[in-house]
Design a protein around this ligand. Structure first.
Ligand code: SF4
Length: 459
């Protein structure tokens, strides 16, 4: 494909840019050869996909290399640790053999905590008749996750993506399901489930016809326990035309309306990482169209170094979201996988950014929760710092726990300015956190631990 500027006032078509054609972009050609090669080195290990909307409307090319949307979509050298970078750099300089490059890439990927192979076998929920449901996860009591096989990609890839193994051909790490009937059966066998979360990749990559098959199956089953359908998506940010001018945009909006007309709450879990994603006319119109269907849009993002580690930006973003009729919902902490060393923000700093932003927005923006780690035992929020016996401590609590009772009590860790994840923290009292024994001995939670490795932004 050769680059041609898109027409945005008509019915734009999505053009993707990957490792094979990103050098066609004039914006990229303006960068040095060294920079372009760096992108190739990193892009051979971690997934990379941009599109014409991101390139032409979201990235400020006068602000390279620090533009947040640029860092969010184009591979950055620091995303690989120096030893991994050199390994791939040398490989690309010495060979063009695709197989050899792929072998080196896989070798590096396996050192980025992609989750051990074979895990899926242990993770899958089963129907009462023993059928294993690849493509579903049931982590918290009320919510089950559904990964339709047609939604295992996104309109563009976030450079920090925590689900990166799905996009780099590590097939044994993919999980997906095609069977709407089995989803219905599982939800009907589990009356404790009130929410079904469609996730991926991005379920909004699906055609309306395909998405409506799953939705129809759920609606027609008239499941008394099903109260909410959630859609975890970044389409508003990466391709708002999905809800405006794509050939099936109206059909998709009608599916949303069908959900709400049937008395089921439609929760649109929209992924926005930066205020700039809310700046175009297209995203504002798309938000309006989605809201007209009766869907409620809740917003979430991880806190990311080099992209959004700025309290003022978060405050402006939450305020803008409220103005557009969305509900700020979660600030996450970057997970312990992939390029965490590049995007991670220490927990103490994350709390400072969160509290500073939180305290400067109106009450309507304070629906947001965070900073929250989707960690093995559950969603753990950093609540603040305190002092006990002259020692500074971090205060934590569960927003969701493997055992729902865990959400009742705060717990404490030794103050540590460098910790970026729950595993880095040491208990303030005793040698274990209060939940650890139960987590490692209870069969149910043991299974959950195995599940968890595949679950990231699962709200
Ligand atoms: S939208 Fe979500 S799943 Fe897709 S690349 Fe971004 S973080 Fe990953």
């Amino acid at each position: 494909m050769t680059y041609q500027e898109s027409v945005w006032d008509d019915s734009p078509s999505l053009k993707s840019y990957t490792l094979s054609n990103f050098r066609d972009l004039p914006h990229i050609q303006n960068l040095s050869e060294e920079k372009q090669f760096e992108m190739e080195v990193v892009g051979n290990v971690l997934p990379f996909k941009a599109n014409n909307y991101v390139v032409e409307q979201l990235i400020d090319w006068n602000n390279i290399p620090t533009d947040p949307m640029y860092v969010l979509t184009f591979p950055q050298r620091g995303m690989l640790k120096p030893e991994h970078y050199s390994k791939m750099e040398n490989t690309l300089k010495n060979t063009s053999d695709k197989k050899e490059i792929a072998n080196v890439a896989n070798e590096i990927r396996l050192q980025l905590n992609p989750h051990p192979a074979g895990q899926m076998e242990l993770n899958v929920p089963t129907l009462k008749d023993g059928t294993k449901l690849y493509g579903m996860q049931h982590k918290y009591k009320e919510t089950c996750l559904f990964f339709p096989s047609q939604s295992q990609t996104c309109h563009a890839y976030c450079s920090f993506c925590f689900r990166w193994p799905q996009f780099v051909g590590m097939d044994e790490m993919k999980f997906a399901m095609q069977e709407g009937e089995q989803l219905v059966q599982y939800v009907s066998e589990h009356p404790e489930i009130s929410d079904v979360l469609f996730t991926g990749g991005d379920p909004m990559i699906m055609k309306a016809k395909m998405f409506s098959k799953y939705v129809d199956a759920l609606i027609e089953a008239k499941l008394p326990n099903l109260k909410t359908i959630r859609i975890g998506t970044k389409a508003l940010s990466y391709w708002p035309y999905k809800f405006l001018t794509d050939s099936d945009s109206q059909e998709m909006l009608e599916v949303f309306k069908k959900i709400t007309d049937n008395g089921i709450h439609l929760a649109f879990m929209a992924h926005f990482n930066h205020l700039n994603e809310l700046s175009t006319d297209a995203v504002k119109s798309a938000i309006k169209e989605v809201r007209k269907t009766g869907a409620q849009i809740r917003t979430q993002s991880p806190l990311l170094a080099h992209i959004n580690d700025d309290a003022e930006m978060w405050a402006k973003m939450w305020t803008k979201q409220v103005q557009l009729g969305c509900i700020p919902y979660y600030m996450f902490v970057v997970r312990d996988t992939g390029a965490q060393h590049y995007f991670g923000v220490p927990l103490v700093r994350a709390y400072e950014i969160f509290s500073q932003a939180y305290s400067s927005v109106s009450g309507l923006g304070r629906t947001v929760r965070g900073p929250s780690m989707s960690a093995t035992p559950g969603k753990v929020q950093v609540v603040g710092t305190t002092e006990f016996d002259g020692e500074k401590l971090l205060v934590l609590r569960f927003l969701q726990g493997r055992n729902p009772d865990w959400v009742k009590e705060p717990f404490f860790a030794k103050y540590d300015e460098n910790a970026i994840w729950l595993d880095d923290l040491k208990p303030a009292f005793g040698d274990k956190f209060f939940f650890e024994d139960e987590l490692t001995t209870h069969p149910k939670t043991l299974q959950y631990i195995k599940n968890d490795a595949m679950l990231i932004n699962d709200s």
